[in-house]
Design a protein around this ligand. Sequence first.
Ligand SMILES: [Fe+2]
Length: 198
Amino acid sequence: MEAAVLAGITEYGISEHAPVLPEPFDDWRMSDADFPRYIEWIERSREISAGRVPVRAGLECDWLPGCEGWIEELAGRYEWDYLIGSVHYLGDWDFDNPFKLERWIGRNLDEVWGSYWKSYAEMAESGLFDVLGHADLVKKFGHVPKGDLDRFYEPAVDAIAAAGCVIEINTAGWHKPCGEAYPAPRFWSWRLRRECRW
Ligand SMILES: [Fe+2]
């Protein structure tokens, strides 16, 4: 918080990966039992800020088949400033999990990417989220299909633009094997050709 104030940050957003039921679901998100502590964390940040920087309350929710009711319950638990929707799972596989790299072996990358972007577009169309998180995460470990990736990017941008969602610029990918932000610069070139809020 002090660093944010010193840097002249004008808004400070907090978000973390929301619980998913039934538990145990995976080991890299807050549990439902942790949820009250997360709220305390946000409110403590507001106390520390003491009005110097507005602290925005966010929550990153997984887009999973049949998740709509759970997302609506999470949305009602607090006065969120924004909900982020993200795709981390294809079926039962959290494809960005570094401890599950073996599940990439022998995969048809066109099919994996096709599933990922289809899910991402459906998440946009759900209307449940203010912001869509780390688009392009599927490339995290450098598993990228051959050929022009516009065949994935263009329909995704169309769906996102039609839904009126905001896209996060996530620089975590700079430090991962893909060596590139989420989403890719090429993705943004499609954004420039559409009526987007982002
Ligand atoms: Fe995430």
